[in-house]
Write a protein that binds this ligand. Structure first.
Ligand code: NAP
Ligand code: 3JM
Length: 345
């Protein structure tokens, strides 16, 4: 057997909800890791993380952390990426960035492997991982786009708290206990940790993810609009989004209405979705079978069901799309890009 080439890997944000999934995937998928550098804030420096039977010590992330690193996964927030990605690129690393810091930079490819992996190979040191809600939607729409073209998408999301980090996961547990015990609920994290106003998430639905912009949409909604056009390479696709946080730990669900550009047969649509890479068609109304966050959690695939032609527009479809936001929505999409880079040497 020939020696497998190994790559020196860094994970920035290793203690976070996304970082924890990245390290788990690197181990499970036997990613060819040589030297492993685990980085977080000074708060975590000195703690250890188990990787392939060995304890690896976490270091504080600084601009000097990237000597000899070949692939760096970033998930420590946009500000950290803006500060440290340039240093990592200078040190020779290819950065796969989970934050929104570089997504709309024209020099930076924004990649979902099922849609546009070829863009990843044009990188100038940084490859951006899209927003979780965008990833599962475009991966599902891609085969429909290729066959019929897409005129318009109207999406409403039902997003899990884990998308807002480890602290929001704890917040849902804490508030749920307060509600069940009849205690007063004291919201501390959501909708946006850096803003003063807080809302209850337990037994509730919050129609705000990320900050509001002047146009009345939230930043999360505008990420879906802009990123969809960039990933599909088609600025003419019309997109409107409403993003809602719901009291689910893992798995984002989406109700998607899509207007196609040409006539279609439902049989053809089902066949395209059933054969699409990374997509599982789960759609048997007679058996009450459709995607659920609870069954998608922990899986790397994207699940689609409730597939039906619109009643008023014969060229439009309604879909229900569900995926684990920390896996395909973040860590798996990033590691999957890494696997493609490694395959290309
Ligand atoms: P999280 O659970 O809150 O974890 C945050 C991570 O960032 C922790 O490892 C934390 O380390 C680290 N960090 C914080 N301040 C730091 C500093 N000054 N220097 C170095 N590391 C620092 O958040 P998460 O859910 O994992 O998400 C992290 C980021 O990934 C988000 O902010 C977002 O940009 C991105 N994200 C992307 C997607 C996607 O769809 N692609 C989804 C979710 C998140 P300590 O434990 O030491 O504080
Ligand atoms: C998901 O800058 C930050 O603190 C990150 C905020 C954030 C993002 C983002 O904008 O990168 C939290 C959760 C995302 C994302 O995937 O867009």
């Amino acid at each position: 057997m020939s020696e497998q080439k190994l790559f020196n890997v860094a994970v920035v944000g290793i203690t976070g909800a996304v970082g924890q999934q990245i390290i788990r995937l690197l181990e499970e998928r036997d990613f060819p890791v040589g030297e492993l550098t685990l980085l977080a804030s000074a708060r975590s420096a000195g703690k250890t993380v188990r990787f392939k039977g060995k304890d690896v010590t976490i270091e504080e992330a600084t601009p000097d952390s990237f000597q000899g690193v070949q692939i760096a996964f970033f998930s420590a927030g946009g500000d950290i990426s803006k500060e440290l990605v340039p240093a990592a690129v200078k040190a020779g690393a290819v950065c796969i960035d989970n934050t929104s810091a570089f997504r709309m930079d024209p020099e930076t490819p924004l990649v979902v492997p099922e849609v546009n992996i070829e863009e990843a190979f044009k990188n100038k040191g940084v490859i951006a991982n899209p927003n979780c809600s965008t990833i599962q939607m475009v991966a599902t729409l891609k085969p429909l786009y290729d066959r019929y073209g897409i005129d318009r998408v109207i999406v409403s999301t039902y997003q899990a708290v884990s998308g807002a980090g480890a602290s929001a996961i704890n917040e849902l547990t804490r508030q749920s206990e307060q509600v069940v015990k009849g205690l007063e609920v004291d919201p501390q994290i959501l909708p946006v940790s850096s803003l003063a106003v807080k809302h209850q998430i337990a037994f509730n639905a919050i129609p705000q993810i990320d900050k509001f912009l002047d146009n009345g949409f939230t930043n999360e909604e505008m990420k879906m609009v802009r990123e969809t056009k960039k990933i599909m390479g088609d600025e003419s696709i019309k997109v409107t989004a409403t993003c809602v946080r719901i009291p689910v730990y893992y798995g984002h669900s989406e109700s998607v209405y899509v207007e196609l550009k040409s006539d279609f047969e439902m049989e053809e649509i089902r066949e395209l979705l059933a054969n699409a890479p990374g997509i599982v068609l789960e759609d048997e109304p007679a058996e009450q079978r459709y995607p659920l966050a609870s069954t998608a959690a922990g899986k790397i695939e994207t699940f689609v069901g409730r597939v039906r032609r619109d009643l008023d527009n014969p060229r439009a479809l309604n879909l229900w799309i569900v995926s684990d936001n920390l896996l395909k929505g973040a860590a798996w999409n990033a590691v999957q890009i890494g696997e493609h880079l490694v395959q290309q040497g």
